[in-house]
Design a protein around this ligand. Structure first.
Ligand code: DQA
Length: 137
């Protein structure tokens, strides 16, 4: 089984970025633990701060992988391009957010992606990624 986590802008700063909102753990450390726990799964990872690179990656994996766990971060609220890419592919996508976006600023409460994904997991901290993985398994 091949699953990829795709993280969008500023998520490379997890661990140091707004720890009160996103916690203290780096994504690299979290990912290592997840890969060990689910070692029968090929769990890949891609992060970019650039919208087009995220679209390229979604297109690249979107017809051969078994699942995409996508935290498009701020692009969730702005990107019709990423929403169209999610709609264009055949691999199921789970939209994930670390924080509860509905408890934050109003502009975080709309997602261009949600209508095109299989499911959404929001607000469980880093655990959101594991819950998304379990849903795909
Ligand atoms: C986020 C929520 C977004 O609103 C924000 O822009 C992020 C992270 C989350 O995981 O909680 O960068 O997607």
């Amino acid at each position: 089984m091949k699953i990829i986590i795709i993280n969008g802008p500023n998520l490379n700063l997890l661990g140091t970025r707004e720890p009160d909102v996103y916690g203290n753990q780096t994504f690299e450390n979290y990912l290592k633990a997840l890969q060990l726990k689910y070692n029968t799964v090929q769990l890949d990872y891609f992060q970019s701060n650039i919208e087009g690179r995220l679209i390229d990656k979604i297109q690249e994996v979107g017809f051969s992988y078994d699942g995409i766990i996508l935290n498009a971060a701020a692009y969730t609220h702005t990107s019709i391009g990423i929403a169209d890419a999610v709609k264009a592919i055949t691999t199921p996508v789970i939209e994930v957010h670390i924080s509860n976006t509905f408890a934050r600023e109003e502009y975080r409460q709309h997602s261009f992606l949600s209508a095109n994904v299989k499911g959404i997991i929001i607000g469980f901290g880093m655990k959101s990624y594991e819950l998304a993985l379990q849903s795909l398994l």
